[in-house]
Design a protein around this ligand. Structure first.
Ligand SMILES: *Cc1c(COP(=O)(O)O)cnc(C)c1O
Length: 394
């Protein structure tokens, strides 16, 4: 079976030729001086992308490693944590917090809504003391974006560390680590950056390092140890790794970040927003209902669409993959058979890729006997892309 012609899934997604060329270079020795320079440059570029002067640690595994490593480093038994839940990833994060012995309070909203900052304020008042506030900025499984810019200052005001999962936010929507006061942030590379999975980009503030150093439960001597990275790589000023890094992935990530910065981060974000809007309008014109209750908090990375009656998500995706060579996503976790997700991330947010995914979904559903307006869907998507003019400017 050959691979799909269009990978417009919820990530990993299409990589640009620049990223693929970087991944295809010879495999270097990790202590080759040229690789050491490349590694440090990648960290610095990542910091630019995060708009931060804080430390950036590149953990050598897919984003889940970065999330686990940072959470285990900072969370101590009895820590008073406020976990903000508007989706599948945040719910999992709560399970992690509890398993590390934290005392967890949660604000939970239905997974088709975003977190309201007023509820965060109220929850903090009710808790008395709060040491850590955790938020998933962009809930990829449900296509919802939470207002990190409003929530982080509330957490800081309460004296808490702000922890943000920005895995699918970075490169697709504004992430202003220093301006907003985020202490720990973890991004992935296979989402809006259009890079390979395999590296986690982790921001750690001085306050977070202080908390981590004071935490007797912070792991050491393991693959997930953030302290090991600090005490070897950061302390040696880039001369010693705690273990062999994923050299080729680092190069792919370097290319992905450099490409984004070369195009201009703001332009790239605008392109993601335009692609998302085009997909939302296409889905609505088709006659389907978006999963997010409002366009206001629909994410820029993926568009989540309610599955209409009379058809299943998996059968539709299989049909679309089979007949048109287009790989879209279904839901995740509890939403698996409830939503379709169109990814418009990285290269997939460029040009007419959003039209490909909307057309494939519309025609695929029509093939299976669902009444959808294929013509109106494609016209709405094209019209929106034409109007925004953002498709190829960046
Ligand atoms: C992709 C993603 C992760 C990482 O999870 P994987 O399923 O392993 O890719 C974590 N958080 C968010 C918000 C994500 O989008």
């Amino acid at each position: 079976m050959h691979e799909a012609d269009f990978t417009l899934s919820a990530g990993p997604t299409i990589a640009s030729s620049r990223v693929r060329e970087a991944l295809g270079r010879p495999i270097p020795f990790d202590y080759d001086p040229s690789f050491l320079v490349e590694f440090k440059t990648t960290e610095r570029l990542a910091a630019d992308l995060f708009r931060t002067a804080k430390d950036v640690v590149m953990m050598q595994g897919e984003a889940v490693l970065g999330l686990e490593a940072t959470a285990r480093a900072v969370v101590h038994p009895g820590m008073k944590c406020l976990n903000l839940v508007s989706g599948v990833y945040a719910a999992w994060f709560g399970d992690w917090l509890r398993s590390y012995g934290a005392e967890v309070t949660e604000v939970t909203v239905p997974y088709d809504e975003a977190i309201d900052p007023a509820e965060v304020r109220a929850a903090i008042e009710g808790m008395g003391e709060v040491e850590l506030v955790a938020l998933v900025h962009s809930e990829t499984p449900s296509g919802i974006e939470n207002p990190l810019s409003e929530i982080a200052p509330i957490a800081k005001e309460a004296g808490a560390l702000m922890y943000a999962d920005v895995v699918s936010a970075l490169g697709g929507t504004a992430v202003e680590i220093d301006e907003w006061g985020v202490d720990i942030a973890v991004a992935g590379c296979q989402k809006c950056l259009g890079g390979p999975p395999g590296i986690s980009l982790c921001v750690v503030s001085d306050d977070a390092w202080t908390a981590i150093e004071a935490n007797p439960a912070a792991p050491r001597g393991t693959f997930v140890s953030l302290l090991d990275w600090r005490e070897t790589w950061l302390a040696s000023e880039g001369r010693k790794f705690p273990y062999t890094p994923s050299v080729s992935d680092v190069r792919g990530v370097h290319a992905a970040i450099a490409e984004c910065l070369d195009h201009g981060l703001e332009e790239v974000i605008a392109r993601h927003a335009a692609a998302a809007r085009a997909c939302r309008l296409g889905a609505e014109a088709m006659g389907l209902e978006l999963w997010p209750r409002s366009h206001d908090y629909a994410a820029n990375c993926v568009t989540a669409i309610r599955c209409p009656d009379g058809v299943g998500v998996s059968e539709t995706l299989a049909h679309i993959r089979d007949r048109y060579g287009v790989m879209l996503s279904g839901g995740y976790g509890e939403l698996t058979e409830k939503v379709f997700r169109i990814g418009h991330m990285g290269t997939g947010s460029r040009s007419l890729f959003p039209l490909v995914s909307v057309a494939a979904l519309a025609r695929g559903l029509a093939d299976l006997g669902v009444e959808v307006d294929v013509g109106a869907a494609t016209a709405a998507t094209l019209g929106s892309l034409s109007e925004s003019g953002a498709a190829v400017t960046a």
